[in-house]
Design a protein. Structure first.
Length: 248
């Protein structure tokens, strides 16, 4: 993606990048418009708008310049992927000033994520079973048979599941909406919660609750394609699933 200056005031605009405050306006669904990619001036404005929207603060001009370069590279990836992907799209979310390596280091994890998800599943299960003032004790967790999507869906029809996926693909960082069917492997590196399933325009999916906050994805959720004809499922989602069990 090539950028050009739209005026002869590039130096002034570059300096204003670091000292001006821009009031964020309504973003498109992906956080940018085609016009933002036509020249450096508009890109600088888009960056400042994004900084204001997400209340970013940098320790120095040098750091802000570095983050701007990362932002620009991420926008290039987002725009190129959106031109090719058909069922999902990427957007300029709050992670747009992080390199992919920084993102993976800070936001991926299996053990800690599973502990959080299992705690949430516990609370949801207790709430469901205590509607008749019944005392419930969680006795443990039951594994869903590995690489068995029908077994996963059967279990999912009754309660949320703790599942593991490979979320280290760059598209995961900027997923904004749609049914995700992007490239990913099955080296499990992130714990999430499967909370439901459905279909949209003939495409089947599993609804997954992530831990990256409501500004990511579809208000914190991602729809992941199912019926991929791969036993392990998309991103390995069928490989390691479990749900809480109870005793009275």
């Amino acid at each position: 993606m090539a950028f050009s200056s739209c005026s002869n005031t590039f130096l002034i605009l570059s300096l204003s990048l670091f000292i001006s405050t821009v009031v964020a306006h309504d973003f498109s669904i992906v956080g940018y418009s085609p016009e933002d990619l036509t020249c450096i001036d508009k890109l600088l404005y888009r960056f400042e708008s994004w900084v204001s929207k997400h209340q970013k603060a940098y320790a120095s001009i040098e750091e802000k310049l570095q983050r701007f370069e990362i932002f620009k590279d991420n926008l290039k990836h987002i725009d190129e992927r959106n031109k090719n992907a058909s069922s999902y799209w990427l957007g300029l979310n709050e992670f747009a000033d992080l390199t992919h390596e920084e993102f993976k280091m800070n936001y991926l994890g299996l053990k800690a994520q599973f502990e959080q998800i299992e705690n949430r599943s516990l609370m949801i299960t207790c709430h469901n079973f205590q509607q008749d003032a019944e005392v419930v004790t969680i006795s443990g967790f039951q594994d869903v048979p590995e690489n068995d999507e029908q077994g996963l869906l059967k279990a999912l029809a009754h309660q949320p599941l703790s599942v593991a996926i490979e979320a280290s693909g760059r598209d995961f960082q900027f997923y904004s909406g749609g049914v995700f069917d992007g490239a990913c492997g099955t080296e499990l590196d992130h714990g999430v919660a499967a909370v439901g399933y459905g279909s949209s325009k003939g495409v089947d999916y599993i609804i997954v609750k992530n831990s990256w906050g409501p500004k990511w994805g579809e208000q914190g959720y991602i729809r992941m394609k199912r019926n991929t004809r791969k036993p392990e499922g998309l991103c390995g989602i069928n490989k390691m699933a479990s749900y809480p069990t109870k005793k009275k």
